[in-house]
Write a protein that binds this ligand. Structure first.
Ligand SMILES: NC(=O)c1ccc[n+]([C@@H]2O[C@H](COP(=O)([O-])OP(=O)(O)OC[C@H]3O[C@@H](n4cnc5c(N)ncnc54)[C@H](O)[C@@H]3O)[C@@H](O)[C@H]2O)c1
Length: 383
């Protein structure tokens, strides 16, 4: 599949065995390159990374290699600095590819390192989580988190640049080793895509996801390529209309569906998707699932969300094993403050995205507090 963004285009390949073919794919694309540098997520099984590194070496690349911790704390300027030093020490040149292997954290940091090293070298994204396959690896957003020097709070993705990959290889074999919870968290973004897919060429995605929810929850290998390809298709179509999220309405901002709520709750370390303290904190995709329910309810309060849509979303999330409510939310005032501080707020005014009808969404600027509270109450806020 071809993704068009900002006058450039790149292909996203989805299928079995692709990581073992990264060498020939890079050789074809970077014919004159001597070196490739693999930045791998330390949690990806070694055999997967070894296989990709061998494929690159067999294709004639001198392979540099490093691993980064897949934690939001390590998604930092410090890690970026270490990576840039390692690229320099390895003799990496501007035309040499960085090969990112891992989840969204590794892809975002490695993409940022590639974007900034010598003012930009190519990056090949090899996503190994469902979330990074259907979302993070496509669209060119790269970056790291910042800690607010005053409050000490971790603010996600506050520094970064747009740097489209040269190629994306989504090897479905990598999903086999994915922990159950990480896999399910990726489905949060799939439900999000299904809720906004109609204007982007896939009006049937919500119904298809509902029909296949049990097979998807069981991670049936036969369904994975279609699940990933259709979700990449939606993400790619959104990005093609609005690469840098500058459209005044619609466009890439729609991908924030559920995220304004999610960002405000995912950094509250004690929240658990199951209620068991040992399962805290929420993963990003779990927070997105809660954010989708909150967005539907807020949309209902605004008179924008069609009757029945919220129940469909709740049922789908439950079938695929994602939370629709959470215990222990702080008081409304502190969540609303965090939502307003979200970097997607415009001119200090909050903007949320709400589902309207099947497969369609709209943005709501400066929504009344009552709508936000109704959304938060639906996922567990106590009055
Ligand atoms: N750039 C974008 O457009 C974009 C979009 C969405 C999310 N993101 C970012 O992505 C990050 C979340 O990504 P994620 O959900 O992939 O989580 P993650 O990167 O934290 O990975 C989750 C866990 O899965 C492990 N893992 C990865 N692949 C594995 C495999 N094949 N087998 C076994 N374990 C494996 C990792 O080591 C990690 O422990 C967040 O930082 C978010 O901000 C970026």
């Amino acid at each position: 599949m071809l993704v068009r963004a900002g006058g450039a285009s790149y292909s996203v390949r989805v299928g079995s065995g692709l990581l073992g073919l990264v060498g020939p794919a890079c050789r074809e694309m970077f014919a004159g390159s001597q070196r490739a540098f693999v930045i791998a997520d330390a949690g990806v099984p070694g055999a997967i990374v070894d296989g990709a590194a061998k494929s690159l070496a067999d294709a004639g690349f001198g392979v540099g290699r490093t691993a980064i911790a897949p934690s939001e704390q390590a998604k930092s300027l410090e890690t970026l600095g270490v990576l840039l030093g390692e690229l320099l020490a390895s003799g990496h040149e501007r035309s040499d590819p960085v090969v990112a292997i891992g989840g969204g954290i590794a892809g975002d940091v490695a993409g940022f390192a590639a974007a900034s090293y010598r003012r930009g070298c190519p990056v090949v994204q090899c996503p190994t989580t469902l979330l990074s396959m259907v979302d993070a690896s496509v669209g060119g957003k790269t970056g790291v988190n910042l800690v607010h020097p005053g409050t000490g709070r971790l603010l996600k993705n506050m520094v970064g640049v747009f740097h489209q990959p040269s190629l994306v290889l989504a090897d479905t074999d990598a999903l086999a080793s994915l922990p159950e919870r990480v896999y399910r968290a990726g489905l949060g973004e799939c439900v999000k895509h299904a809720l906004l897919s109609a204007p982007f060429g896939d009006a049937d995605l919500l119904a298809w996801t509902e029909r296949n929810a049990s097979a998807i929850a069981r991670r049936e290998p036969a369904i994975m390529p279609e699940l990933i390809a259709r979700n990449v298709g939606v993400k790619a179509a959104v990005v093609a209309t609005d690469e840098r999220e500058t459209a005044s309405s619609g466009g890439r901002a729609l991908l924030n569906l559920g995220h304004t709520f999610a960002h405000a709750i995912e950094t509250i370390g004690r929240l658990s998707p199951t209620g068991r303290p040992e399962d805290a904190p929420l993963m990003h995709g779990e927070a997105v699932a809660l954010g989708l329910v909150a967005a539907c309810e807020a949309g209902s309060q605004l008179g924008l969300t069609a009757p029945g849509l919220t129940d469909r979303v709740r049922t789908l999330l439950k079938t695929i094993g994602l939370p629709t409510g959470v215990a222990g939310l702080p008081d409304a005032a502190s969540i609303l403050e965090d939502m307003r501080a979200d970097k997607k707020a415009r001119g200090g005014k909050l903007r949320i995205v709400v589902p309207t009808t099947t497969g369609a969404c709209a943005t709501a600027d400066a929504p009344p507090e009552a709508a936000l509270i109704r959304g938060l109450s639906a996922i567990g806020l106590r009055s």
